[in-house]
Design a protein around this ligand. Structure first.
Ligand SMILES: [Zn+2]
Length: 457
């Protein structure tokens, strides 16, 4: 929970910096709200838990436990938004949501109750709403990549894999070391799909009544913890970036008979010094032996361990040990806080680079289903594909049969499709780029796009 609270803090800070205000809506949603947008209700109904009784009496109206809260927010946006001066309206709530998952649940990855943040925004124009989607991606980068060292790719999801009710869905996937993709936040452009049924209109500066454009953004707190565990962890346990480590520095005294006092005093002094610098420091003066303490705090992912023995007292140094690499160095007392900050930065950089290399290095081009099957055992396959609108779904199903999922097109990357007939110079079955020039990797029809395929949680 301490890690979760830190993640919340970072994400909420990033949202508020961009003008989102915190709110809290009720956990239950009346059906007349919930059922307002057709695709949304059809998509989510199989996953909804309903409250049907209270105190032994049947309720006259059953209430939905929120699986997501667009339909709760929009009922109020209908009242709160009157004029263009009320826009943009940007709110978020940090809460648990409930979905009756029929797939097997997995702690922190797929739960029937899970923690997240949901931001719901309304704008006067499509342009501003689309800019918000881009800003949601920026916020994602700031939290996941910059602060936590977790790399990701934003994919524009194919039409059959959109959020129910969305015009467009963009979702961040990160590669886990077992070769599977984990979906992290997603951001959705709704156009006026919700504002029309909820009648969310505003009077514009030209005096005309118009429907707002809405977006939503869902940072998954649970899954962020799962990604931290999987992406950075090693065989000895967690490896936490400084930003979310409940204990950032642990001090282990190395005691020798007759010298205990001097070591204990130095340890206490360092706790004070680091505490004043805002570092979360813990002195482990329990009766366990040093080796046991090392294992314990390594398992907990503490980024830096300080070892202090009698010789370090007389030399005016401490020994600092990095969790990510295990490397040791002597640091002068007066340089300690400064050096620890440098080590923390360097650790984050190392974790991020390691993870990014693994993810980007796993992407390989495939020209056949067989090749896809092989590549997705450990990473991501890049393929020519007929279409991410409904017409491509049958081909995506074929890919599913061999264990892969079409995750969509890479947002912001200009991937060159190699459509039928444009194969360069040679007669070989593939062009220079290694992508099947004959078109879609499944059906062979003209490829409209390049999509990425992986196994997914
Ligand atoms: Zn196809």
């Amino acid at each position: 929970m301490k890690i979760i609270k830190k993640i919340y803090e970072i994400w909420e800070g990033a949202l508020e910096e961009k003008g989102h205000e915190p709110v809290l809506f009720p956990v239950v949603i009346p059906p007349e709200n919930f059922e307002m947008e057709k695709e949304h209700v059809e998509g989510f109904t199989p996953e909804v838990f309903w409250v049907t009784e209270a105190g032994g009496d049947k309720l006259t109206v059953k209430l939905a436990l929120r699986p997501t809260s667009e339909t709760a927010f929009y009922q109020m946006y209908n009242l709160w938004i009157r004029s263009y001066t009320d826009l943009p309206l940007k709110s978020y709530q940090s809460c648990a949501v409930y979905r009756h998952e029929t797939k097997a649940t997995k702690p922190l990855v797929r739960g029937r109750e899970f923690l997240w943040i949901e931001a719901h925004d309304a704008f006067a124009t499509e342009k501003e709403a689309r800019e918000q989607v881009a800003q949601d991606m920026e916020i994602t980068k700031k939290v996941l990549y910059d602060a936590l060292g977790i790399p990701f790719i934003f994919f524009k999801r194919p039409s059959w894999d959109k959020f129910k009710g969305a015009e467009e869905t963009y979702a961040a996937d990160s590669l886990m070391p077992d070769g599977k993709l984990l979906q992290l936040p997603s951001t959705h452009y709704f156009a006026q799909r919700f504002s029309k049924p909820f009648d969310i209109k505003f009077e514009d500066s030209d005096g005309n009544k118009k429907y707002v454009h809405t977006t939503s953004y869902g940072p998954p707190i649970w899954r962020t913890v799962a990604a931290l565990v999987m992406v950075h962890g090693d065989d000895r346990g967690l490896v936490l970036p400084f930003a979310v480590a409940p204990v950032q520095v642990v001090i282990v005294p190395i005691l020798y008979k007759g010298k205990e006092k001097a070591v204990a005093e130095k340890c206490k002094k360092i706790v004070d010094v680091l505490g004043r610098e805002g570092i979360r420091v813990k002195l482990d003066d329990s009766d366990k032996n040093p080796g046991e303490k090392y294992y314990y705090w390594e398992m907990k992912g503490v980024p830096i361990r300080l070892e202090i023995g009698p010789r370090d007292v007389s030399e005016g140094v401490v020994v600092a040990v990095r969790r990510d690499t295990g490397s040791k160095e002597k640091v002068k007392d007066e340089k300690l806080a400064e050096r620890l900050t440098e080590i923390a930065d360097d650790t984050l950089k190392n974790l991020r680079e390691r993870a990014e290399k693994r993810m980007m290095g796993s992407i390989k081009k495939a020209a056949t289903l067989k090749e896809i099957e092989k590549i997705v055992e450990t990473g991501i396959a890049k393929v020519n594909f007929c279409s991410t609108d409904a017409t491509g779904e049958a081909c995506a199903e074929k890919i599913k049969e061999i264990g892969g999922e079409v995750r969509g097109t890479w947002f912001g990357k200009d991937d060159d499709v190699n459509p039928l007939g444009s194969s360069p110079t040679t007669n070989v079955s593939r062009n220079n780029d290694g992508v099947n020039p004959k078109g879609c990797v499944v059906c062979g029809k003209k490829a409209k796009c390049v999509v990425y395929v992986g196994r997914a949680y």
